[in-house]
Design a protein around this ligand. Structure first.
Ligand SMILES: Nc1ncnc2c1ncn2[C@@H]1O[C@H](COP(=O)(O)OP(=O)(O)O)[C@@H](O)[C@H]1O
Ligand SMILES: [Mg+2]
Length: 271
């Protein structure tokens, strides 16, 4: 494939190379099944009952993105350990089972990156090495999962001072290359909690929308409202009620709190 044929234009009409130019050429990693089972990463298992809530979430997210022409979303929460990475990984896995769709899961929780641990794998080169200047091509930090439609851009060593990183030209370059990806590619960004620092706000400026993970019994209504207010004008696609043990949730502790009905919160003023 000729990469030049895949060139897209940025707002300044400078050609931007998509992050992945040849999906088949990306190095693939096979996931350890037992580890996935232990960590309840069930989104890959279409016939496993436990993947049902993620399939439901997948359908709603895919429909909303299609209707609005959006392709880059974040997953965040008000406070730490709410289940952002757990839900981002399971959602990405479930979406990757759809035909003709490519999913790219990016670890942008640079201070507490955990996608690799969640998947039980390691990688030789990761996105932190592009951001700190060790490597010069962010395309070298992308991996394909199980030879399927899921691709990841992970972090293999946490970065302490990430606020400046999110404002750096290298980060902006990653965003431009993500934007230049083909239309059938959905980018899911695993983000830090909103209240931890300004990383999430900085990153959110570049995304089309976000999902807010609500930790049942932990996240308060006020935290939810303040998170949405802080992240404006980027719209909230909806909430994921995690660890819910009753009502319309299922036996596995997930529920789809949808008090916002996948409505838009705030209108973007720019793309
Ligand atoms: N619904 C759930 N069922 C089982 N384990 C969960 C669930 N949600 C989160 N966890 C576990 O709780 C821990 C914290 O979740 P994580 O997704 O890492 O939080 P965050 O990314 O918001 O900091 C992880 O060990 C994760 O596997
Ligand atoms: Mg996390």
């Amino acid at each position: 494939m000729n990469p030049m044929s895949e060139l897209a234009s940025s707002s300044t009409d400078t050609p931007v190379l998509p992050l992945i130019t040849d999906f088949e050429a990306v190095p693939s990693i096979l996931l350890p099944r037992e580890h996935l089972d232990r960590r309840l990463i069930v989104g890959f298992e279409g016939y496993d009952d436990r993947s049902r809530p993620f399939n439901l979430l997948r359908t709603r997210v895919a429909k909303t993105l299609k209707q609005r022409g959006w392709r880059m979303i974040g997953v965040t929460s008000a406070t730490p350990a709410a289940g952002k990475t757990f839900n981002a990984v399971n959602l990405a896995a479930a979406l990757s089972k759809l035909e003709d769709q490519r999913i790219l899961l990016c670890d942008f929780d640079l201070r507490r990156a955990s996608i690799l641990q969640m998947l039980g794998i390691g990688v030789p080169t990761a996105i932190n090495e592009y951001l700190d200047g060790t490597i010069d091509d962010c395309g070298k930090a992308v991996y394909r999962i199980n030879n399927g439609n899921l691709y990841i851009m992970p972090v293999n060593e946490v970065m302490r001072d990430s606020s400046e990183t999110f404002a750096s030209s290298r980060f902006l370059d990653i965003i431009a290359r993500l934007r230049a990806m083909p239309d059938n590619c959905i980018v899911i960004c695993d983000l830090p909690p909103v209240f931890a620092n300004d990383d999430t706000m900085l990153c959110m400026e570049h995304l089309d929308g976000f999902l807010l993970v609500v930790d049942h019994g932990q996240t308060t209504a006020r935290q939810l409202e303040e998170s949405i207010a802080l992240l404006r004008p980027t719209p909230c696609l909806g909430t994921i009620l995690n660890r819910y043990q009753g009502g319309f949730a299922d036996d596995y502790g997930y529920g789809y709190g949808d008090p916002y009905g996948l409505k838009s919160y705030g209108k973007r003023t720019s793309a």
